[in-house]
Design a protein around this ligand. Structure first.
Ligand code: NAP
Length: 294
């Protein structure tokens, strides 16, 4: 009988724990010398249950590494003025090093105006146009959390990017575009796919490294994947499975893909924990810079 191969798991949970451990040591070294703790302010508007869960996890993660968190919660009908006023107060606060506005915001609010109102040096999510500009021009700065988390994971597992054909499915400002830039900066040859891409399956077939951020459960099939490819699944979907139990899936058909790929991220336990770890890393970097610590 032919041997069935299974891809190596890119363990985001373990890699994120390692990052958090390093951050915890850095923070305690600073506070032991009498410095205040780093502070992350989280702005949550509305009562979306997924957003509430993400915020809860981020606040717990902050606590575990010694970052103080400040939750600013607003009802779903909060006005643009109220949220903008909150951002201004946080911009001026001496104890806030990072600001995170949990997305998506309710539709009546202008996401871009709110993100742009934030001080770029407190932009914990790395989504301010100034920080995205630094990324585009290859200069150091606060990086978007999910793409930076993906790059840390690839690096941790020694995935060779130089000269590799990297395919990114998705072109959002949050994931697709920044991850494509980061892969290019590591000298991969990058193709970005989106909803108008022709022959998507054929493009994917050419990928040595495939990053999928499309927002459609199990969209990428096993037979699209080049044997031996490295597959990064950014998607997260909560669906009801058998017995009404909640099932979490990604954008890739994991079972089929893991028998073809060389390495693959699981969902959950892949990109998700790396995103949170990068948020903490951005906050600690902002804090060290603001306080002149190294
Ligand atoms: P998004 O803003 O909805 O972008 C989705 C992208 O996929 C768009 O660029 C879209 O193309 C493209 N697309 C849609 N249908 C397609 C198709 N049939 N063929 C090819 N491309 C198609 O989503 P996002 O914010 O980037 O997030 C993507 C996924 O990642 C979601 O499941 C989200 O929940 C998840 N996510 C996870 C984390 C984490 O920490 N793990 C963080 C962020 C996001 P067009 O531009 O042409 O519309």
């Amino acid at each position: 009988m032919p041997e069935t191969k299974t891809a190596e798991i890119l363990d985001g949970k373990a890699c994120a724990a390692e990052t958090r451990g390093g951050l915890k040591e850095r923070v305690s070294a600073h506070t032991e010398k009498g410095n205040r703790a780093p502070g992350l302010a989280v702005v949550l508007v509305g009562d979306d249950s997924a957003s509430e869960l993400y915020v809860k996890n981020k606040i717990t993660a902050c606590k575990n590494v010694g970052i103080e968190s400040f939750l600013h919660k607003y009802p779903a009908d909060a006005t643009q003025e109220e949220v903008m006023k909150c951002i201004k107060i946080l911009n001026d606060s001496d104890t806030v090093d990072g600001i995170l506005v949990q997305l998506p915001l309710p539709k009546h609010l202008s996401e871009s105006e709110i993100l742009e109102a934030m001080r770029p040096d407190k932009d914990a999510d790395g989504l301010h146009p100034y920080n995205l500009g630094l990324l585009l021009t290859g200069k150091p700065g606060l990086r978007p959390c999910t793409p930076a988390g993906v790059m840390t994971l690839l690096d941790k597992y020694g995935v060779k990017l130089e000269g590799a054909n990297a395919v990114v499915i998705g072109r959002s400002n949050l994931v697709g575009k920044p991850v494509a830039l980061m892969l290019m900066q590591k000298n991969a040859t990058v193709t970005i796919c989106h909803s108008r891409t022709k022959d998507l399956k054929e493009v994917v077939r050419n990928a040595d490294v495939l990053v999928v951020a499309i927002g459609k459960s199990k969209f990428v099939q096993g037979d699209w994947i080049k044997p031996g490819a490295v597959v990064i699944d950014v998607g997260i979907h909560y669906t009801k499975g058998d017995n009404e139990k909640s099932v979490i899936t990604g954008d890739v058909d994991y079972a089929a893909a893991s028998s073809v790929a060389r390495m693959i991220t699981p969902v959950p336990g892949g990109v998700g924990p790396m995103t949170v770890a990068q948020l903490l890393a951005n906050t600690v970097c902002s804090y060290e810079k603001r306080l002149g610590l190294n």
